[in-house]
Design a protein around this ligand. Sequence first.
Ligand SMILES: Cc1cc2nc3c(=O)[nH]c(=O)nc-3n(C[C@H](O)[C@H](O)[C@H](O)COP(=O)(O)OP(=O)(O)OC[C@H]3O[C@@H](n4cnc5c(N)ncnc54)[C@H](O)[C@@H]3O)c2cc1C
Length: 423
Amino acid sequence: MAATTSSNLANRLDSIVGAGRVRAPTDAEARAADTIVEPASVEEICEIVRMCEADRIALAPIGAARSLAGIRRSPVALGISMARLARIVAYEPDDMTIVAESGITVGRLNAAMADSRQRLPVDPCSPAMTTLGSLIGAAHSGPLRLSEGTSRDLLIGVRFVGHGGNLVHGGGRVVKNVAGYDLMKLMGGAFGTLGIVTEATFKVRPIPSDYCIAVIPHARAADAFAAACILNDSLPLSNLDILSPGLVTGFNSVGQFLLLAGFSGSPLEIGDQADRIRDLVGARGEILSADGALRSYELLRDIDFHSAPLAAQIAVPPASLARVLEACGNDTEFRAHAGSGVAQIILAGEHSAEAAAKAIARWREVARLARGSLRLIAAAPAIRDSLEFFDTPNAGALALMRRLKAAFDPAGIFNPGCFVGGI
Ligand SMILES: Cc1cc2nc3c(=O)[nH]c(=O)nc-3n(C[C@H](O)[C@H](O)[C@H](O)COP(=O)(O)OP(=O)(O)OC[C@H]3O[C@@H](n4cnc5c(N)ncnc54)[C@H](O)[C@@H]3O)c2cc1C
């Protein structure tokens, strides 16, 4: 990449976006980029990308910069904050679709749909802090993944600024849309390495009239997973999660594994499901409704993995998850999405760099043996440089990813080094 002094870069950016919109990074952004620009239109982003391509200046699209802080080794020259592109473009409650700029947060998007009793049912940690761009970039999901899928499943249209500063469209604004390549799947989880998402269209879903959650403690992880399996086979649950004892802070359940089974529907359906849960698991635990249920769900959703000293996400076939987490070791704490085979894990307590490296090697091997995968979510700065954040894919897949990167980003300026195999 070209050596561009930051004052030179700032002057050139000023001429594109006007004075006052180029600034130093905040603490959270500092790991991502040396200088931040806040474009207020797609045209400005196109211009900035053209300038960066001409001079080979590396850039990173930034939402709230929380996951970039966990993943980048060294900052790129320019961070493009999406904060000023945060409008709702079109909302069609009857069609159940919403189009919005990528800098809006999931929390604000949902607030705008609340009167129509609809929502985007993707539930990353702290929706008020997660932008649509980062939701797509990091392919987030949360406990509702079991019933609602991930951001990828709900994304039906995308616009992004790519190579040449061109605005690219994929998909559309209606649910039935089959034209063109499925660029939505490509942008989902690309960590901003293929272009800058400026606008997204999502399917939305109704907010259920009632939500309850069964909170059931177990002395052993194996018993919690066995009960989860019975519930999952018998009931249409909203979420089905297991927390290890170190992550049950805020719940009244010291030293136990907690099974949290959420269910929703009309009052009649809720009553029926509650009865069936009691039949299936006996008198253990309690079933919370209304504010109590919401509070417990939010505690579960908002466990903050990206600021842990060492955190990873493991994905394996659901039937293997209990065995895999046990094999990760008893120094591992977890939040397991028991129905979908995905779990976030952290290394408990204080640990040395050596212990962290050993834990990751062990977790990776365990995931690999179960035909699954592991990606790091966060690692402390002292150890980050020596770690691979993603598994190494097989040679065929990696070659395909490199070809895609070269086709979409021939100048190599979009978030370089942020993805699988150093892409
Ligand atoms: C490897 C990894 C996996 C993670 N998995 C999960 C998970 O499954 N569930 C969860 O709740 N949290 C997960 N996290 C934590 C999560 O990333 C943060 O909670 C979340 O990203 C915060 O949002 P943000 O707006 O700060 O994102 P940022 O850190 O600003 O952005 C996230 C990613 O999206 C890209 N991006 C941002 N805006 C755009 C845009 N407009 N166009 C293109 N790309 C863009 C960024 O360049 C970056 O690569 C993960 C983090 C990492 C590093």
